[in-house]
Design a protein around this ligand. Structure first.
Ligand SMILES: [Zn+2]
Length: 467
């Protein structure tokens, strides 16, 4: 290995020192009390590369340091020791992962004589929110596939798993209150039991990934309303949208939200969907029209907004923070807004002071084809790897937006993506996204990225399970 500029995501600072350390001489891994598993993981993954870090050798010390920021790390490599310091356990986990990348590249041509140059790498994330959304409502995935996705996310230092579990085609979280919802199977049958959800959430926590589960309303509800037509404006023709005026709709959804949220005890944020509802049924519904007039609202979008704000305040009453997709509505200040149609949605939200997530579709929707050789729907634009890489979540108004933008999130909708195609859609674009989410613009360079990705691919880094 010629120098340390081989990592993905690319570090903020790399300082070269004279000398090298032979990787076959490394051993004696030590980790802070309570975080031995991070050291254990380093030993295990080095073992896959043919290195024995359990031997007596040049020590590899994992330490926590109060001088380093959260999620941040430093790696100091000298001929007689390697020190990996993290500002917190997540930073230590990322630091160990970055060191594994160095090991992996050093042994591409075999372990014999393999060496890493001495120097210091220091890194910290640009955004605290680095998200990936998986749609499990259209095509469901196996628990194993989802754990592999989480494992890949962890290697790329992505830290939020937004889990879309409810849509017209399926309700994928076990419901004991309304078990009929779990019979929905428009594209694929199945749902996640409470035990499976716990298994996935526990695995995510080990990867330092937060889970944000999503339950969708008032649109995208065709399947639910086919089972509960009494909750639609017109039970004869239920359509896709809940009636906004019937008190039993709110009662039903509040019970469902409470049950859903209880499946995710570690999640402090719940996504309520809120996108793409059509007004056609509300237009014809006397109850919706009456409620609109009674509330003094001038149009049905305002009635929808009022409904979503009520649902969001119910979420807050459970001690949780709501998120909704951007709809053009004005949501109460503490609701997080996810922009998806255009960058202008961030600008509009900025005026109201809500926190935001950047997921603009033509830059970050991974169901879109990466190359023209893939199968895709006619309406989908091409979204190649460099398109995802060159996405800039701020455009030109970084100063105005400040901390209100939590960070970017890339999304994989699965109408056209069954379980076995998940990784074909994620790779390589999720790798490109990791630099969009983690690196500051000054660190980003497409040609450097391609070179680093090629080297890491030669070491099979992206194919190797991280946990
Ligand atoms: Zn109605």
């Amino acid at each position: 290995m010629e120098n340390l500029d081989v990592l993905i995501p690319r570090p903020q600072s790399i300082i070269a020192d004279p000398g090298v350390v032979k990787v076959e001489s490394l051993g004696s891994v030590s980790a802070p009390a309570g975080w031995e598993r991070i050291g254990g993981q380093l030993i295990r993954n080095a073992g896959i590369m043919g290195l024995d870090l359990t031997q007596e050798g040049v020590p590899v010390k994992l330490i926590l340091s109060e001088d380093i920021k959260v999620e941040s790390f430093e790696i100091t490599i000298s001929p007689d020791e390697v020190i990996i310091s993290g500002g917190d356990p997540a930073g230590l986990f990322y630091g160990a992962g970055a060191f594994e990348q160095l090991l992996c590249i050093s042994v591409i041509r075999g372990t014999k004589g393999a060496e890493i140059p001495c120097g210091k790498v220091a890194d910290s994330p640009r955004f605290g929110y680095r998200g990936f959304m998986l749609d499990s409502a259209r095509h469901i995935q196996s628990v194993e596939t989802i754990k592999s996705v989480l494992s890949l996310m962890a290697k790329l230092r992505l830290n939020v798993f937004h889990w879309h579990l409810c849509d017209s085609q399926g309700y994928r979280a076990e419901s004991k209150l309304f078990p009929e919802l779990n019979t929905l199977a428009d594209m694929t049958p199945g749902f996640f039991t409470a035990e499976e959800i716990k298994e996935i959430c526990d695995f995510a926590a080990e990867c330092f990934i937060t889970v944000i589960p999503e339950i969708e309303m008032p649109g995208h509800s065709k399947g639910l309303l086919a089972l509960h037509p009494e909750l639609a404006c017109d039970p004869e023709e239920p359509g896709k949208e809940f009636c906004l005026a019937k008190p039993e709709v709110r009662e039903f959804l509040e019970k469902l939200i409470a049950e859903f949220a209880a499946l995710f005890p570690a999640s402090k944020v719940i996504h309520l969907g809120g996108d793409e509802a059509e007004t056609e049924h509300w237009e014809k519904c006397p109850a919706c029209q009456k409620l609109m007039k009674d509330k003094g609202l001038s149009n049905l979008r305002q009635l929808e907004n009022d409904f979503m704000n009520d649902m969001a305040s119910y979420v807050r009453s459970l001690g949780l923070t709501p998120v909704t997709w951007f709809t053009g509505s004005i949501m109460e200040h503490s609701t997080i807004i996810q922009a998806w149609r255009s960058i202008h949605e961030l600008k509009e939200t900025l005026a109201h002071g809500n926190r935001m997530i950047f997921s603009v579709h033509d830059q970050l929707y991974l169901d879109y084809p990466c190359t023209a050789a893939e199968p895709f729907e006619n309406w989908m634009p091409l979204l190649c790897e460099s398109g995802v890489y060159n996405t800039e979540p701020f455009a030109a108004w970084e100063k105005e937006i400040g901390d209100l933008l939590l960070g970017p999130e890339t999304c994989l909708w699965t109408e056209t993506v069954p379980d076995h195609r998940i990784f074909a859609k994620l790779l390589p674009r999720l790798i490109a996204f990791s630099e969009t989410a983690w690196c500051r613009p000054a660190q980003k360079d497409w040609f450097s990225y391609i070179r680093r990705k090629d080297v890491l691919s030669a070491g099979a880094w992206f194919d190797m399970k991280a946990l």
